[in-house]
Design a protein around this ligand. Structure first.
Ligand SMILES: *Cc1c(COP(=O)(O)O)cnc(C)c1O
Length: 400
């Protein structure tokens, strides 16, 4: 079958809930992808930062094979010998007391929403069904009905009502707005320390610290969604680390399993996590031995290959090179670590055509919103590989 056949088959039988670039990938290794026609591409999306460790990392391939031959799923009705070790290693790495395992990122966020609501009723003493959660304009936290309730994107909720009450949106990056929005019923503030889908939006310096202080003062939980920003992407293990902020609750996913198997989690200290009693919440696959074994290794790779340090160093290099490009189309660049948004001028005619031009030159990037090109290669990328890509990025940014 050719690319065209695969695309036609997908479009005939698969739901049309995405509009992918028309490239049919069949193989991946490190930062490189290969399509069914044998063309090679450098991956500058890394599956929305799920593949920070690079495609088909040999250590993950090995662990996955080994564990797949041993035991894959017991459900949490029984215990297994991988989940306890993932839980322990994750807590030791991050400094939290406890962790609750799920599969997709959206499920981790849902878990956090449940936890903070129950904390509000049990610990803070909010009246039944009155809990409020504050989130930010420009957010992306996933696609469940409750999560899209507080999405700023009309399309994400249009046609999916009735939606879930109890959420409030405030401007991102504005700590005063947070202070004003808090009421006695506010149980949590949910925030991405850097907004990924929003277009790699970095809030003003000091925002997270200030927001955390406001939360503390008002007995409100600070919940950081680090599903995309966490695990090395921004140059630290967590993006909140840049401001020395330790959230009350953190959600992680994506790179937690290096692209092999959906694993997500919510991390918190005992006071919050203890609101969950047996039967309160769960997932058939959450904490399964296959996913746990993979996540354990994925975390070891992040630490041992110093992926956060690489992201910091290489990110700075990319940014300095980009700033030298004289492009008629670029408004400005922003980002942190190996996570960069190229914000185009309105006259540039949208980011899609630039992503398509990049694809023709062998670099796969994806636009976010209509005018932002996001650069987020696997963190195992080498300087030579970055130079190769930058040459092509420059060609595209300086085209007509
Ligand atoms: C991707 C993402 C999610 C949702 O993760 P899924 O695995 O797609 O459900 C949630 N929050 C943030 C910040 C994300 O980037």
């Amino acid at each position: 079958m050719t690319s065209k056949d695969f695309i036609e088959t997908e479009d005939k039988y698969g739901a049309h809930n995405y509009k992918p670039l028309d490239v049919v990938i069949t193989r991946g290794k490190g930062v490189w992808l290969e399509d069914v026609d044998g063309n090679k591409y450098m991956d500058f999306l890394a599956a929305y930062s799920a593949v920070n460790q690079g495609h088909c990392h040999p250590r993950l391939v090995e662990v996955m094979k080994e564990q797949a031959e041993k035991l894959t799923l017991t459900s949490r009705a029984f215990r297994n010998d991988q989940w306890p070790l993932l839980a322990k290693e994750l807590c030791e790495l991050t400094g939290y007391d406890m962790v609750l395992p799920m599969n997709s990122g959206a499920e981790a966020v849902e878990t956090a929403l449940k936890a903070v609501r129950k904390w509000g009723y049990q610990v803070k003493g909010v009246e039944k069904d009155k809990a409020e959660i504050i989130a930010c304009d420009g957010n992306f936290h996933g696609r469940t009905i409750t999560i899209v309730t507080f999405s700023p994107e009309e399309q994400y909720k249009d046609g999916f009502g009735p939606l879930t009450p109890g959420f409030k949106l405030i401007p991102y990056g504005d700590a005063d707005a947070l202070e004003k929005a808090i009421t006695p019923n506010t149980v949590a503030f949910l925030v991405e320390p850097i907004q990924g889908e929003g277009g790699v939006v970095v809030p003003p310096e000091g925002y997270l610290r200030k927001a955390k202080e406001i939360c503390e003062k008002n007995n409100v939980l600070f919940v950081a969604d680090e599903i995309q920003s966490g695990l090395g992407r921004t140059g630290k293990l967590f993006a909140c680390d840049h401001e020395g902020v330790k959230p009350d609750v953190i959600t992680i996913g994506k790179a937690l399993s290096g692209g092999f198997y959906p694993v997500s989690a919510m991390l918190a200290n005992k006071e919050v996590m203890s609101v969950f009693a047996p039967g309160d919440h769960g997932s058939t696959y959450g904490g399964n031995p296959l996913g746990s074994a993979i996540a354990r290794e994925a975390l070891k790779i992040i630490v041992e290959e110093k992926l956060p340090e690489r992201a910091a160093e290489l990110g700075e290099y990319v940014m300095s090179r980009l700033n030298k490009i004289k492009s008629p189309h670029v408004d400005f660049y922003r980002g942190k670590g190996l996570w960069i948004g190229i914000v185009l001028k309105d006259e540039a005619g949208g980011a899609r055509r630039f992503c398509e031009a990049l694809m023709k030159k062998g670099v796969l990037a994806k636009e976010t919103h209509w005018n932002i090109i996001r650069l987020a290669p696997p963190l195992v990328i080498s300087k030579e590989e970055i130079d190769w890509a930058l040459e092509r990025i420059e060609e595209v940014l300086t085209m007509e």
